[in-house]
Design a protein around this ligand. Structure first.
Ligand SMILES: [Zn+2]
Length: 261
């Protein structure tokens, strides 16, 4: 995105810094939201010795590097996932700044991306997708669509398609096998993706997430030698599909149809 009077590299760097700071907050969300804890109190502290994190060590990524990945007081290792989430959010924000067509689109879809990062790691940890993120995303996506080129009709159809397709698959699977194969958290997440991006994104996301999910699932079974059907959470793959669509979807769809005679 080019903003008048602002060189693009400054915009991209600023977005990256914003992403790192938001990523730092997402670590708190990922850690506390599934446990029902407050996101603001108490301030960040070491889970072992309770020492408060000093302000300069709270700097995204850099703080962790300064500390050598350990608590300053008790030397308890701090998971490298903290700086990873911060770096990932920074990269997504910087990349999205470069792709976004307006400041509004940047803001709305940056919130969307941040939500997907939180969903991914919460689902990996707990195999759940909190309703506050998925259903909250449906509401936010539909509200934002009134202001975006997407429009409220495409958003509504997208949310219905997302919820409907996966709900049908989930009910069908359960009816046939008598087991729950797909969580309804995934259904609600796909509805949120549809609300933000429209129904084409829903089809695209289902395609990308099924392919990548199957590849990873089969690789896990091959390596672990056990049945992981119910152990691989699907949320991260849905999030991946949505991110790919947000960044490259229109080009990929055009390229795909260009291959047809
Ligand atoms: Zn400590």
């Amino acid at each position: 995105m080019t903003v008048q009077g602002v060189p693009e590299w400054i915009g991209i760097s600023g977005a990256g810094a914003l992403g790192a700071v938001v990523g730092s907050f997402l670590n708190v969300v990922i850690h506390r939201l599934p446990l029902g804890q407050s996101l603001v109190h108490p301030p960040s502290h070491c889970p072992r010795c309770g020492a408060r994190v000093r302000p300069h060590h709270n700097l995204p990524v850099i703080g962790w590097l300064l500390l050598g990945g350990r608590c300053r007081d008790c030397r308890e290792p701090i998971s490298p996932r903290y700086p990873l989430v911060e770096a990932l959010t920074a990269v997504l924000a910087a990349g999205w700044w470069a792709r976004a067509e307006s400041a509004l689109a940047f803001g709305v879809y940056f919130v969307f991306l941040a939500g997907l990062v939180a969903v991914t790691f919460i689902d990996l940890d707990h195999k759940i997708i909190p309703d506050s993120l998925s259903l909250g995303g449906v509401v936010l996506g539909m509200a934002a669509s009134f202001l975006l080129p997407l429009g409220w009709k495409d958003s509504l159809v997208g949310a219905a398609a997302g919820g409907g397709i996966l709900a049908a698959v989930a009910y069908g699977y359960e009816a046939v096998t008598g087991r729950e194969g797909m969580g309804f958290g995934d259904v609600k997440l796909l509805a949120a993706i549809g609300a933000f991006l429209g129904w084409q994104a829903v089809l695209f996301t289902v395609f990308v997430s099924s392919v990548t999910g199957s590849v990873v699932g089969l690789a896990a079974i091959a390596m672990g030698g056990r049945d992981l059907r119910f152990e691989v959470p699907f949320g991260p793959f849905l999030a991946l599909g949505a991110v790919v669509y947000l960044f490259f979807g229109p080009e990929l769809v055009r390229w795909y149809f260009g291959l047809l005679p």
